[in-house]
Design a protein around this ligand. Structure first.
Ligand code: B1M
Length: 211
């Protein structure tokens, strides 16, 4: 396995130029971008979250780490898109209304792209109607909802309720995820699937797409 210690360290310390340089070096050495996300970026950001919860990191450190990750994504996104695989399905992805957390959602999006899905990322604080417009416009088969706050979990239920009212629920599969989400919550609101992490999200999306 490749040595990702420099890249992990650069993300942890929020050093965007060093993170991009380490990522570029790994890619030039032939490392698969999906492996890079899985083995370096994802664990590094999970560690950043843990350090914040432990009171060792504060908001500025979080934002710097998030920026470093974002810049690495800018580098690897075109490479993920270049992979010679027909799209497994179209996924409309977003963080639900009221919630501004996007690091985990971005990881999920990058991993889905790496797994051959076409991802339409609507960003954060996405109202149900915006998901519906994107589903209609892009003829998407899967919708991915992310939430990081217990206070925005009900927005997932609301989003599903609006899908039902709008008559699109039968046409799409809905996967939900985020730190406070559980399988039982997904069952309780009638989502089709729960993804525990970005790697699991890809496997689940494949199942939902019938692959
Ligand atoms: Co906020 N925040 N935050 N925050 N923040 C949490 C979530 C919190 C647990 C921290 C804490 O207090 N311990 C807490 C929520 C408590 C609760 O709800 N019970 C919290 C709070 C309270 C808040 C604010 C209210 C703080 C305030 O202003 N007083 C505020 C809310 C803003 C808002 O959304 N309206 C806020 C703000 C912020 C920042 C802006 C500073 C920043 C976000 C920056 C950004 O996202 N661009 C931030 C961060 C970074 C965190 C923590 C520290 C880290 C989250 C993260 O990025 N984790 C977080 C504590 C924590 O989780 N340890 C916290 C790393 C990421 C890789 O993991 O997002 O879980 P995660 O994603 C995983 C899985 O969950 C899963 O896969 C991902 C990759 O493996 N997954 C999916 C995620 N979405 C998925 C979708 C899927 C499938 C899997 O399918 C579609």
């Amino acid at each position: 396995m490749a040595d990702f210690s420099q890249l992990r360290e650069a993300v942890l310390t929020g050093n965007a130029p060093a993170a991009v340089a380490a990522a570029r070096q790994a890619l030039d050495a032939g490392v698969d971008p999906v492996e890079l996300v899985n083995q370096a970026i994802s664990p590094a950001m999970e560690e950043v979250g843990r350090l914040y919860e432990a009171g060792e990191y504060f908001v500025p450190e979080l934002l710097l780490a998030a920026r470093a990750t974002k810049e690495v994504f800018q580098l690897i996104r075109p490479l993920l898109a270049q992979k010679d695989i027909p799209p497994a399905a179209r996924v409309v992805l977003g963080t639900v209304q009221g919630d501004l957390h996007d690091i985990g959602k971005n990881l999920v999006g990058a991993m889905l792209e790496g797994g051959g899905f076409e991802v339409i990322d609507l960003g954060v604080n996405v109202p149900p109607e915006k998901f519906i417009l994107a589903v209609e416009e892009k003829q998407a088969q899967i919708v991915g909802l992310s939430a990081l706050l217990t206070t925005t979990m009900p927005a997932m239920k609301k989003t599903l309720d609006v899908f039902r009212t709008a008559g699109i629920r039968g046409r799409i599969k809905v996967m939900i995820g985020g730190a406070p989400i559980t399988q039982s919550y997904a069952d309780s609101i009638g989502a089709d699937a729960y993804g525990e992490n970005a790697a699991a999200a890809v496997a689940i999306a494949r199942k939902l797409a019938g692959r």
